[in-house]
Unconditional design. Structure first.
Length: 315
């Protein structure tokens, strides 16, 4: 659905040339939900605007939904749906009229049936006559998504789809987004600042910083590869902490070992698999273990590792 190579965008300002995006390579497969994360100023919005034809690339190539981004931007627009962060509805216009206008602009055949099906699917039935401005936040966001889907695009771009929604509305919207892939095979490319959203929804994540992709993979892969599991060992005798660190540091799964009070904190690759051999190494060193705890890294740990800051702070 997306195959971009060397995508770049520079801007000329009064202070010189700014490289907002510096040779981004990315791919999205049919039916895949891909999350695009990055701190403010990292190039995330610029990349999204290029992929949706709102901004021309300075360099690079991309095929989006089967059309050449630079050679056939109109073809790209016909085959994608785009839901902006701020939405695109007129508060005074009824929801049904908004959907009908969108369907007519795209020349959707049988638009009445299509609109009725979307309203049923996105829990908008019975709201068609109400002005968009009178709808709740969750209802308006579902209307925005319906507008992006009315022409049956194989690829949907969602920019911060659940910002400002309450937890129940966010969860409902997640279910609708998953259904796009499961029922229609729609590919979804979304930006978000919510870590739980990226973890729960996305098959794969791309993290951009400084105009370049700095990490990519499934949420589980990124947690293992970038952050590692954390194993905290409390020892029966504090004097055993340093011998324990020396005994465990050479283990192939251990990335980092530090003494913390009367214990040792380990950053470990695939902690569950390494656990027994680490305990055996402690026994071999004659160090008595009092307790241990194994914790998984979070996506914020991953983000902090590759960008040097928390995603929550970056938001």
């Amino acid at each position: 659905m997306i195959d971009a190579r060397g995508l770049a965008r520079t801007f000329t300002t009064g202070h010189g040339t700014v490289e907002a995006v510096r040779g981004v390579d990315l791919a999205v497969a049919p039916g895949e939900i891909v999350g695009f994360l990055g701190p403010n100023g990292a190039g995330k919005t610029t990349t999204l605007r290029m992929l949706t034809t709102l901004l021309a690339p300075t360099a690079g190539t991309a095929a989006v939904a089967g059309c050449d981004l630079r050679g056939d931007p109109a073809g790209v627009r016909r085959r994608i749906g785009y839901v902006a962060q701020g939405g695109g509805t007129d508060p005074a216009v009824p929801a049904g009229e908004e959907l009908d206008l969108q369907a007519r602009l795209y020349g959707v055949p049988g638009r009445g049936e299509r609109i009725a099906a979307l309203c049923a699917r996105l829990n908008l039935r019975g709201l068609e006559a109400r002005p968009a401005g009178s709808l709740s936040g969750g209802q308006r966001r579902r209307l925005d998504i319906a507008l992006g889907l009315v022409h049956r695009p194989p690829l949907l771009f969602l920019d911060e789809p659940t910002t400002g929604l309450d937890p129940q509305s966010r969860g409902d919207l997640w279910d609708h987004i998953r259904a796009l892939r499961e029922q229609d095979g729609t590919a979804v490319f979304l930006t978000t600042h919510y870590l739980d959203e990226a973890d729960a929804l996305c098959d794969r994540l791309l993290i951009i910083d400084g105009g370049r992709i700095v990490a990519e993979g499934t949420p589980a892969e990124l947690k293992r590869r970038v952050a590692g599991d954390v194993l905290t060992l409390e020892l029966a005798d504090a004097s055993g902490a340093e011998p324990a660190r020396r005994a465990l540091s050479p283990h192939p799964a251990v990335r980092e070992a530090t003494v913390t009070g009367r214990g040792v904190r380990l950053t470990v690759e695939d902690g569950e698999k390494a656990l027994m051999s680490l305990i055996r190494a402690l026994d071999g060193a004659g160090v008595e273990l009092a307790s241990l705890s194994l914790s998984r890294p979070t996506l914020d740990d991953v983000f902090r590792t590759v960008t040097g800051r928390s995603l929550r702070d970056a938001a």
